[in-house]
Write a protein that binds this ligand. Structure first.
Ligand SMILES: Cc1cc2nc3c(=O)[nH]c(=O)nc-3n(C[C@H](O)[C@H](O)[C@H](O)COP(=O)(O)OP(=O)(O)OC[C@H]3O[C@@H](n4cnc5c(N)ncnc54)[C@H](O)[C@@H]3O)c2cc1C
Ligand SMILES: NC(=O)C1=CN([C@@H]2O[C@H](COP(=O)(O)OP(=O)(O)OC[C@H]3O[C@@H](n4cnc5c(N)ncnc54)[C@H](OP(=O)(O)O)[C@@H]3O)[C@@H](O)[C@H]2O)C=CC1
Ligand code: HEM
Ligand SMILES: [Cu+2]
Ligand SMILES: [Fe+3]
Length: 524
């Protein structure tokens, strides 16, 4: 029987019942008739156990004993996940009696030194500040693998990473950094929800592979980040606040500010200066509710614009095997966040719109017009065209928001994972584009002929909706252009790998890097 990697790492007297010592125990494990009988979702390992015979490189880690030092939140979640994945867990605490009840029954909770003796892979789930207190365990820890899961509260708080510090305290141990990018909650609830990737690094390849296999058996995906000197980078990851959201949020704020100023001038400043009318009451709802939909609408078109630009570039270049410029690449990668912010603004706009008729100002205006009409003896105020226009634009708005909600729901990881890629791209690409078209109808039926009405121009500024139509209409026209049979054919061929004049162009890696051999780096 092939020896697993982890076993080669074992100290001569390994205390755990791993396969080399207890092959009989392993023979029983992969029994398909028993597999279906396990009860709850949590109770079964997320990945099936593999037999060693199939692949000598795979480590039979399930069934192995793993140690956890510390009894806090993270230690508890870790012990839970490990036992559910089929490992034996021994927890080392300074006060095992008091803490035992917090852990699953299958886990053994004992004193730190005792726990360390029973295993050769130990997760250190205590804060960096307390690492030095573990020094009394130095002797028993000799030759073992320590997994450092710690995080910092601030970027670059200490000059060396926690993992390197741990390694310096225990020079006879092998330190692997990992798991700090996973929250205790994600560990507890299983990898179906939230981030599945666990970044690891270590100077010892064998130890890293062992920990990687444990991660795989737990149902997560290990990502090798190289040597222990990468630990600093890995420790900083959870401290970076929403990196992917930064640009989209600034974009949304920027657009909001521009449109808000524009609307403020048109709806409040203009009547104040020209007619000395006090319209400041409009700021909290009316101005905001002309601004939010404009931001939502423009952002939605900015989600579909980069795809159009990418397609144009591919058509022009006649190949898909060239990298897009960096700005386009970045833009393509931020579409999800831009789209979700667009949805957020659209949802707020919907609620604001529903609140319009419940305002006191609206009631006063209603009474005012009613009285005026009564005095002028004009009983019939029904304008058929206006009625239809409003029925239409409200309905379009509701449908567009409904479609956007679908997009937003399918962007949740757990739901995205339950769809195959065609379903996902149908919702994201096709339904999203239809939402853009319906939003355009909503805006057009709302704006109607006001673009041609001179009274609507305040300080020569046209009604806001006319400005917002620019980008979306460009995107829609471009998409229609791509639907023309000849353009469509060519685009499809390019996306299947066809290249313009491929047989002549065997370019060597050129100095300019123009024809770098790689794929385009985004999935367009
Ligand atoms: C509320 C909301 C939530 C969103 N959530 C997400 C999300 O969770 N994840 C996400 O990625 N985006 C998300 N987005 C952004 C957006 O929906 C997607 O990026 C969407 O796929 C963009 O569609 P597209 O047609 O412009 O581009 P793409 O789907 O990139 O495609 C461009 C064009 O090329 C074609 N095409 C693309 N690739 C190929 C290929 N390999 N072969 C042949 N033809 C191809 C497509 O048919 C399409 O016509 C969200 C947007 C919104 C509004
Ligand atoms: N909570 C989370 O979501 C995440 C936590 N982490 C990391 O996991 C580690 C533990 O975090 P967490 O479980 O939340 O913290 P807790 O404060 O909940 O637990 C820390 C544990 O450390 C043990 N410990 C050992 N020596 C000492 C000592 N000298 N003084 C105090 N406590 C000691 C204690 O257990 P006992 O009393 O039994 O000895 C205590 O329960 C940290 O390094 C953290 O950065 C990483 C990613 C996410
Ligand atoms: C339930 C859904 C929706 C309802 C009830 C709704 C309602 C309204 C109303 C009442 C107005 C007129 C506002 C005013 O009188 O000042 C309006 C305008 C507008 N809406 Fe919507 N809407 C909805 C969804 C959307 C969506 C999803 C978008 C686009 C993403 C959108 C974009 C716009 C735009 C651009 C305007 C023009 C703003 C202006 O220039 O004044 N709406 N909508
Ligand atoms: Cu062992
Ligand atoms: Fe062993």
């Amino acid at each position: 029987m092939g020896m697993g990697i982890s076993h080669q790492l074992h100290p001569v007297s390994c205390p755990c019942p791993c396969p080399a010592q207890n092959a009989a125990a392993w023979g029983k494990l992969p029994d398909p008739s028993e597999a279906g009988m396990s009860g709850g979702d949590m109770a079964k390992p997320l990945l099936g156990r593999r037999t060693v015979d199939n692949d000598p490189n795979l480590v039979p880690t399930a069934g192995h004993t793993i140690g956890v030092l510390g009894s806090g939140d993270f230690a508890r979640s870790l012990a839970n996940r490990l036992t559910f994945s089929g490992f034996k867990v021994v927890v080392g605490s300074r006060n095992p009696k008091r803490k035992a009840s917090l852990f699953p029954l299958a886990a053994e909770v004992t004193f730190q030194a005792d726990a360390v003796k029973k295993t050769d892979i130990i997760f250190v789930a205590v804060f960096r500040e307390h690492y030095s207190m573990l020094c009394e365990l130095s002797d028993v820890l000799t030759g073992k693998i320590l997994v450092d899961v710690s995080n910092n509260t601030e970027m670059n708080l200490h000059k060396e990473s926690n993992a390197e510090y741990l390694a310096s305290l225990f020079p006879t141990c092998t330190v692997v950094k990992g798991f700090n990018v996973i929250s205790a909650w994600t560990l507890q609830s299983g990898p179906r929800d939230g981030n599945k990737q666990v970044l690891i690094c270590s100077d010892n390849q064998e130890a890293k592979r062992t920990v990687a296999e444990i991660i795989r058996v737990m149902g997560f995906s290990p990502v090798d980040m190289g040597s222990l000197s990468s630990a600093c980078e890995i420790e900083n990851i959870p401290l970076r606040l929403l990196p992917a959201w930064k640009i989209p949020v600034f974009l949304a704020l920027g657009l909001f500010l521009c449109f808000f100023t524009y609307n403020l001038v048109r709806q409040v400043i203009h009547p104040y200066i020209r007619e000395q009318k006090n319209k400041f009451y409009k700021i909290p709802i009316e101005v905001v509710n002309t601004t939010l939909p404009c931001v939502a609408y423009v952002m939605l078109s900015l989600v579909y614009l980069p795809g159009v630009l990418a397609a144009l570039l591919q058509l022009y270049r006649g190949t898909k095997y060239r990298r897009f410029p960096d700005w386009l690449d970045q833009w393509l990668q931020h579409r999800k966040q831009i789209g979700l912010l667009s949805f957020f603004c659209a949802a707020l706009h919907a609620v604001y719109s529903l609140a319009l008729p419940m305002r006191r100002s609206h009631r006063y205006q209603l009474i005012e017009t009613a009285v005026k009409q009564a005095m002028e003896k004009k009983p019939d105020v029904w304008i058929e065209e206006e009625v239809w226009r409003m029925e239409m634009y409200i309905s379009f708005g509701i449908i567009a928001l409904g479609l956007l909600s679908l997009l937003a729901i399918t962007s949740l990881p757990s739901i995205a994972n339950s769809l195959n890629w065609r379903e996902f791209s149908f919702v994201q690409s096709t339904l999203g584009f239809i939402a853009l078209v319906i939003s355009t109808l909503h805006t057009l039926t709302y704006g109607w002929t006001r673009a041609f009405d001179e009274n609507q121009y305040k300080f020569y500024l046209p009604p806001t909706y006319t400005l917002t139509l620019l980008v979306p209409c460009t995107v829609i026209l471009a998409k229609v252009f791509f639907l023309l049979p000849c353009v469509r054919q060519r685009l499809l061929r390019i996306r299947r790998g066809w290249e313009k004049g491929r047989y002549v162009k065997f370019t060597l890696p050129s100095a300019t890097g123009e024809f770098s051999s790689g794929e385009t780096s985004s999935n367009v």
